[in-house]
Write a protein that binds this ligand. Sequence first.
Ligand code: NAD
Length: 517
Amino acid sequence: MFTTFQNEPYVNFSEPEPRAKMLAALQQVENELGKTYLPVIGGKRIETGQIATSVNPANRTQVVGYVHEATESLAESAVQSGKEAFRSWSRVPVEVRARYLVKVAALLRRRIYEFSAWLVLESSKSWLEAYADTAEAIDFLEFYAREAVRVCRPHPTTPFTGEENEVMYLPIGVGVSISPWNFPLAIAAGMAVSAAVVGNTVIMKPAEQTPIVAAKFMELLEEASLPAGVINFLPGRGEIVGEYLTGHPEIAFVSFTGSRDVGLHIHQRAATHQKGQRGLKRAILEMGGKDATIVDEGVDLDVAAEGVVAGAFGFQGQKCSACSRLIAHTDIYDALLEKVVERTKRLTLGNPASPNNVNMGAVIDEEAYQKIRAYIEIGRQEGRVMLDGSGADASEGWFLAPSIIADVDAKARIAQEEIFGPVLAVIRAENFDHALEIANDTDYGLTGALYSNNREHLERARHEFMVGNLYLNRKCTGALVDVQPFGGFKMSGTDSKAGGRDYLHHFLLGKSVSERW
Ligand code: NAD
């Protein structure tokens, strides 16, 4: 029996010991930069010759590593290898499959600073954000291990005289997990191991921007002796290998986290029957957000401002859950805005690999940098610029300081479109009803927060604020595994509730078995 699940605790980097460990890990990882990583199919490393370079977003000349990107024919090999491995893996007792995950969690916990350092260097996360990403990966491993044992045991039915009846849950087959760059470890790991622990085999396709962290995770799976082919590692371009696999007749499920446009495209592709396809392809799609924090009158504005700033600018605003709209009651609008601006000015920006333990690093790449700058330009036409972060020194890395644009119309582009960067639109609401109407008036419905002391407003938000993850009197980011299961409404996705107690059912077939005596 495993012990009861507990979330991995965070550390305080202002204390000497965590700080010293992080600096040592950064040094160790910097000594390991520049290596080449290969796709792993059926336990074998395969060179493709198509080499992509992963660089540190905060220091563009620093190569984190090289990766051989997969081709379509390698993607096909991955499907066949997954099919082969499924034959035995699907029959391995669930307790045994779960132990592999618990072992991987133990290995990762021993190297939590090292993996966090890889995240700092490849995705420009601050130390705390990187540590939280690694801790979440550990949580997913530990939690899904326990959940698999619970979910895969036979489920009771109402007794029927003369028969034995049960409902059992079976794996579906070989699937693909397609992950984004913004949680390079937690999401890549969580999506792959969740499907695998209940007996499926998985092709793990990481984002192009962050293949090295995923390759390091693959090494951990091998160290824990996960059988070959159970999880194949397939770095490569989404529009080539991702496209190939989502349309493959033998792929049973697509587990995707990423942007709305790609998610919608995959939804359609998964729904299209291919020649030779037997079975409906499942699509678990988690997509973007345009998340709002409502601040009602009568609350402690310092508490609200703290939550807004952390939600808006943590990891440079590059979270699907990030607060990108602040909707403030007109009575406290000016006072709150002043506090938010003042707090935001205190955030430090720089290369997170430096010993300074900065609050914010660089944005992920040039494409993101240019896109965010373009939105700041749009924002100039759509509101009053309180802080303009576009002038940060970007000579070494893709740095953008926080931008805050006030007096934005609820229908403005910067209030409707996902920017995915450190840009906050501030919107004035006449009263609570108006605030709620504005909050719900986007295509997205991922996270939302409400600061209020009014019980009626808080209760109404529970039902009327149309988001998958609602936070009352706290910030809208930082969901923890099995504390706040995660997934969005509307165009934010299929509401899969990753890290929750229903999640593993996405990867299972329920089978009713009846034996008459
Ligand atoms: P993205 O959609 O550009 O890429 C995500 C993945 O899809 C990558 O691995 C990419 O290679 C792959 N891909 C691209 N084209 C494909 C295709 N045609 N077929 C198959 N796969 C393809 O997203 P991103 O820029 O990596 O991530 C940022 C986005 O992810 C944001 O919109 C953010 O809100 C969202 N996100 C959502 C959640 C959530 O839980 N809802 C969590 C994290 C990130």
